[in-house]
Design a protein around this ligand. Structure first.
Ligand code: ADP
Ligand code: ZN
Ligand code: ZN
Length: 822
């Protein structure tokens, strides 16, 4: 008897296990790890999952269901990826299903959706509401649709009760279906009809068309453009567009040819990716300092797998990357170039395209799901791309032969994924990924994270430093403007000190450009009643709502809840509501008031929602259509503009006053980075740093550009107070809609953990914002010595969690595990 075959499948679920299915005979051929399969789940659901293993171990405790289908006959996840997924689930304490969900572009994950079908035999017996009638009419038109489409049609979030009515009426039935993921793009193509793909028949067609010169002409065009009669008879085709190009009156002869069957039209699959190649630019010639750094990097890589490249802003790091990439590509190796944010990809893409043309693929969420699938598939099958530029999710692409990973701006916090799980740090995960490929990792930054610098200092990473700017341009001069003093002397104009205004003015009159940095979006962080001090707060979260003037709305920056700006105080009815504090929108308005001639642009989350918006703002600033660019942390990183002579930091204080052990490091990094945008070409630039605490040590380090001392003070504190990199942190965040429930559960969990782990357990403590989206939060922090392996900890935590959260009263408490939180 043939042995029975089973597969363990990864499903997109937060359940910590794999699911075993029986493989029917006709699906056993060449079934492999990493293939996509469709499986039944529960009573009605289906999922597409990934084959994790193929085996003959029949589960003893339950009857297995059969696989429904195999989506394609080649694996879409390779062995290295599966390995990497396992590491990620283990280290970041999540399930393989959660990694799967994060790793694949949505077009490659078929997901169950509920479809509603109109019952053609339905005869109305009861009276129905107007709304129900409307939906019925809509459905009878469409025959079937998804629940989402009904919601859209009704412009409401849920149509649960309405569907209930329709089902009871017998007017519809529902079915779970797998939603179509990726759709190929097609174009109309033309080729010889099948009967004419033979020499004789074709010959006859030519004879028959002697009296129809325009049809004959079209037939000739087809033969020419497909590369000859031989090709055409093999079924080669050309696009209809190409056929009719410059020949507008050819539609009717074409229709004749189609009618006669000499030609036939068909849908031809065309890619969405831009594979055009422009002129390729020669590599630049290194300055002596760059050449030295390059040599040091290469020799460091001889003994180290990870090298930290600490080079001041505008020292020419990106140029060095380009040389390194080229060397890898020449060796036939793939390169992954990671950036922390989409905002940065625009400029780097342009730079890399000039050198690597269509070998460069780009991967991030401003691309459609379809485009992302095509990039994914290119790496899997076609291999046009040898270098991929992307944000954190690109670590999940199916690389086969990675030689180098560049993590640019390695200190950036946006490399960390917060929600949902896996809560991974793309820099750290990339190091593991590279390790699996035997590839090298270059961490580049002007302001290293304390963790990476520590690793470099103690020899775990190589370290290469470059302290001069390209062409020896001086680093910008940093002037500190004391806002307290300016206020006392009543010299402030809106939120500007005289010093900042003076420099903005002189830059503008010299036709130079200005960047203004304010780390808050919106117009003002909150509104306040001037009579009773009432502040509008979010209905769902414990935070005040941010005022957005242009939209005339209050927005919660935690959950996105939006309301129209109230005209009067909800507590005392007074119409006098004043704006408190300031965000980028207000700075934009103030700058326009002070300098009416100035063309101001703004770059923050609100102005960059669409795919093209970054491109537009950045190229408007590059080409000089914007004089002053106002932005949040988006303008601090990596951007390279030639003509910026002044950078203004509007409020250094709110960066330094955050209650977090990393606040000083982070404040230093942001200020040093945004300063680095000034005076990159030609001449030294100027930075005006506004603060009410001019004597703050971090301000001093920024002024002196003294990374080393900043590092020394911070690393000493980390050691003293037991923080990373000396200790490893792990947060357990508990959530529930009733505060007493979550508090009690957390207390019990903390006690249980404390019994095993002692004073490594801190809290529970309510985080600064204690309620988000109507869920109360509390946090337990675990601190481990370096030696503790994550898997050992995982077991301990799992046991405690299972023990506590399985109790009846705490069943609905949710838990998030955040390893190495930021
Ligand atoms: P970083 O990445 O360190 O901020 P960049 O690589 O962006 O620095 O270099 C700063 C500027 O100097 C860029 O405009 C870049 O084109 C230019 N540059 C750097 N190195 C060279 C070189 N070797 N030849 C010509 N231009 C260079
Ligand atoms: Zn009031
Ligand atoms: Zn909210």
């Amino acid at each position: 008897m043939e042995p029975e075959i089973f597969v363990d499948v990864i499903l997109p679920l937060p359940l910590p296990r794999l699911f075993t299915y029986f493989v029917p005979d006709d699906m056993q051929d060449n079934l492999q790890k990493g293939m996509r399969v469709v499986v039944p789940f529960g009573k009605k659901k289906q999922y597409s999952g990934i084959v994790f293993s193929v085996h003959q171990n029949k589960p003893a405790e339950y009857e297995t269901k059969p696989l429904l289908s195999i989506i394609e006959r080649t694996p879409i996840i390779n062995e290295k990826q599966l390995d990497f997924w396992q590491w990620m689930a283990e280290y970041y304490q999540c399930t393989l299903g959660e990694v799967y969900k994060a790793a694949l572009p949505s077009g490659l994950k078929l997901e169950s959706e509920t479809r509603v079908y109109y019952n053609p035999d339905y005869i109305q017996s009861n009276e129905l509401s107007e709304k129900v009638e409307k939906v019925l009419l809509f459905l009878s038109d469409k025959k079937f649709c998804s629940v989402g489409e009904i919601n859209d049609f009704l412009k409401q979030k849920s149509s649960f009760s309405l569907l209930q009515t329709l089902l009871e009426e017998g007017a519809v039935f529902v079915n779970e279906r797998l939603k179509e993921g990726y759709k190929a793009r097609t174009e109309n193509y033309l080729r010889l009809g099948e009967a004419f793909q033979k020499e004789e028949a074709l010959h006859e067609a030519f004879n028959a068309l002697e009296k129809a010169p325009r049809q004959l002409q079209l037939l000739m065009t087809l033969l020419q453009k497909t590369g000859g009669a031989g090709q055409a008879m093999n079924g080669a085709g050309i696009s209809r567009k190409a056929m009719l190009e410059g020949n507008n009156s050819a539609t009717s002869p074409l229709n004749e040819l189609l009618k006669k069957g000499i030609l036939e039209q068909y849908a031809h699959e065309v890619g969405r990716l831009d594979l055009a190649n422009g002129p390729i630019k020669e590599k630049s010639i290194f300055s002596p300092a760059q050449a030295k750094a390059f040599k040091e990097i290469e020799s460091a890589f001889e003994t180290q797998n990870v090298v930290l490249f600490h080079g001041v802003t505008s020292s020419g790091k990106t140029e060095l990357y380009i040389h390194l990439i080229e060397k890898n590509i020449e060796k036939g190796k793939q390169v992954l170039y990671l950036l922390p944010e989409i905002a940065l990809t625009t400029q780097i893409t342009t730079r890399l395209k000039k050198h690597f043309g269509n070998k460069l693929g780009i991967y991030h969420s401003k691309f459609s799901s379809e485009e992302r699938v095509e990039v994914y598939r290119d790496l899997l099958e076609n291999h046009h791309y040898q270098i991929v530029l992307g944000v954190r999710s690109s670590i999940f692409l199916p690389f086969t032969n990675l030689g180098l990973v560049i993590v640019d701006e390695e200190h950036e916090h946006s490399f960390k994924q917060f929600d949902p799980a896996p809560r991974y740090h793309a820099r750290d995960a990339a190091i593991m990924l590279a390790h699996k490929h035997g590839a090298k990792v270059l961490l580049g930054t002007a302001t290293p994270s304390v963790e990476s610098y520590y690793n470099a200092k103690r020899g775990k990473y190589g370290l290469v430093e470059l302290f001069t700017r390209f062409e020896d341009i001086q680093l910008p001069r940093i002037l500190v403007a004391d806002t307290r003093e300016a206020r006392r002397k009543k010299q402030m104009k809106s939120h500007f000190t005289p010093l900042l205004l003076e420099h903005v003015e002189s830059a503008l009159s010299n036709n130079k450009q200005v960047i203004l940095f304010q780390n808050r979006r919106g117009f003002s962080p909150f509104l306040e009643c001037t009579v009773c001090a009432w502040v509008p707060r979010c209905k769902f979260c414990d935070v005040s709502m941010t005022y957005h003037k242009k939209m005339n709305q209050l927005v919660c920056h935690y959950c996105g809840h939006t309301v129209t700006t109230p005209q009067t105080c909800h507590a005392c009815g007074s119409p006098s509501l004043s704006t408190q504090g300031f965000g980028t929108e207000k700075i934009e308005e103030e700058i326009k008031n002070i300098f009416p001639e100035v063309r101001a642009g703004r770059m923050d989350l609100d102005t960059t929602r669409s795919k093209k918006s970054y491109q537009k703002i950045i190229s408007d600033f590059e080409s000089g259509n914007i004089d002053v660019l106002i932005g949040t942390q988006m303008v601090t990183k990596g951007l390279d503009f030639d003509n910026v002579s002044v950078v203004g930091i509007l409020n250094a204080d709110n960066m330094l006053n955050i209650p977090d052990f990393r606040a000083f490091e982070r404040g230093f990094q942001m200020m040093a980075q945004v300063s680095g945008r000034a005076g990159r070409k030609n001449k030294q630039g100027t930075v005006v740093l506004q603060t009410s605490a001019p004597d703050h040590p971090i301000i001093g380090y920024v002024v002196e550009n003294d990374y080393a001392t900043m590092y020394k003070t911070q690393i000493a504190e980390r050691q003293m107070y037991k923080y990373p990199p000396y200790y490893r942190l792990m947060n357990l965040i508990l959530k529930h809609k009733h505060k007493p429930v979550v508090d009690k559960a957390a207390e019990a969990l903390a006690n249980q953990l404390r019994a095993i782990l002692g004073d490594r357990v801190l809290g529970p403590q309510e985080p600064p914002v204690g309620r988000v989206q109507n869920q109360y939060l509390t946090r337990i922090m675990l601190k481990f010595e370096k030696g503790h392996s994550p898997s050992h900890v995982k077991q301990l935590v799992n046991d405690a969690v299972n023990n506590i959260l399985s109790r009846q009263e705490w069943r609905y408490v949710t838990l998030q595990v955040d390893v190495d939180p930021l």
